[in-house]
Ligand binder design. Structure first.
Ligand SMILES: [Zn+2]
Length: 355
């Protein structure tokens, strides 16, 4: 049975989902990443004229924002949750790389129109190419690579994988695909199969949400906690209603303006040496501002780190937090001279054993 590995350019796919939605006639189109590998593998099987192929592994490459304006915290967390979901629920092999936003908002329209800043994605395409070639060189790792890509930068790797004797299928999107890939005569020698167009498979790969009721877990929620939603929290993930999420964004923005380091240590973050972003530190709750949903941790290095109630891991409830409590946390933002840093994944000391 033919062994298949998928290599997905997540950044490209993610940014093209609205186009797929347009083609589908629904602005609310979402891809079911649980089904995607088998739907694409089925297309390959059809072309091979066999009934079965084996999906050995699905690799996803993408990026996430680091060092961004905390106003965008919610969407960054959602993106990271999405990648965790791919790993935990569907066993994707996920490789993601940070994009340094230097303290700015994520969307261009939310930034100062005179700000020349352009976020730079690093490593994503090289990483995809490296993996595809690496596994092509490992005996029996795969027979067929399905590249879910559109960018012509991948042309050399597809050619080389084929020179190693592996077969390549390209799955892409009509409005966002390099002409060399789409060329039915395949002058570029990049593929062994007819193009697989996601555009033609939208019904098969659409994520169909079921609406259901969940209880909002924000301590500040007003009114009936049960709300209708299409959101499916993963194990250990808290659910907050839209109103509470909007309120959290305001709280974070207010706190950030007053209290949290917004000046960005561009040098530190670029060199990544002095920056502690991502590191786990220990500390004590120094201050809790109960009515505004946040507080500060004093880390062992003596610096203060801001946390919002949405930065707490399950098992640690905001209402149970008292000043002096020992915690572990990850650094989300470095402190500056006179302002606090920011923390995420705050948990009680020794809470590791719970999960
Ligand atoms: Zn709520």
């Amino acid at each position: 049975m033919a062994r298949i590995m998928l290599f997905i350019d997540g950044t490209w796919l993610y940014s093209n989902i609205p186009r797929l939605g347009e083609a589908y006639g629904s602005r609310d189109f979402h891809v079911d990443f649980g089904k995607l590998p088998s739907v694409l593998a089925e297309q390959v099987a059809k072309q091979l004229g066999v009934t079965e192929v084996e999906v050995v592994r699905t690799h996803m490459f993408g990026s996430y924002a680091s060092n961004y304006d905390l106003m965008d915290d919610d969407s960054v967390q959602r993106r990271l949750d999405f990648f965790s979901m791919l790993k935990e629920e569907y066993h994707y092999e996920v490789e993601i790389f940070p994009i340094n936003f230097r303290g700015r908002r994520l969307r261009k329209e939310d930034r100062d129109p005179n700000d020349p800043f352009e976020p730079k994605e690093k490593c994503v395409d090289i990483s995809l190419a490296t993996s595809m070639l690496y596994f092509a060189a490992i005996p029996f790792a795969y027979d067929i690579a399905i590249a879910v890509v559109g960018d012509r930068d991948f042309k050399p790797v597809l050619q080389h994988v084929r020179r190693l004797g592996k077969r390549v299928a390209i799955a892409s999107i009509k409005s966002s695909c390099a002409p060399e890939f789409a060329d039915p005569r395949d002058e570029a020698k990049v593929k062994d199969f007819d193009m697989i167009w996601l555009d033609d498979l939208l019904h098969n790969i659409e994520l169909k949400y079921e609406r259901h009721q969940l209880e909002c877990q924000s301590p500040g929620h007003r009114g009936d906690r049960r709300v209708w939603t299409t959101f499916h929290p993963r194990k250990g993930q808290r659910f907050y209603c839209d109103l509470c999420r909007a309120e959290f964004a305001r709280q974070k923005q207010d706190a950030q303006q007053e209290l949290v380091s917004s000046e960005v240590q561009a040098i530190a973050a670029d060199i990544d040496q002095r920056s502690r972003v991502g590191q786990v530190l220990t500390g004590k709750i120094k201050k809790k501002v109960a009515d505004r949903g946040f507080g500060f941790i004093q880390a062992v290095d003596g610096k203060d780190y801001f946390f919002h109630l949405t930065d707490l891991q399950t098992g640690l409830e905001f209402q149970d937090i008292t000043e002096g409590l020992d915690v572990d946390f990850e650094v989300k933002k470095d402190p500056s001279q006179d302002k606090a840093g920011a923390a995420q994944n705050v948990r009680g000391r020794g809470a590791y054993s719970e999960s």
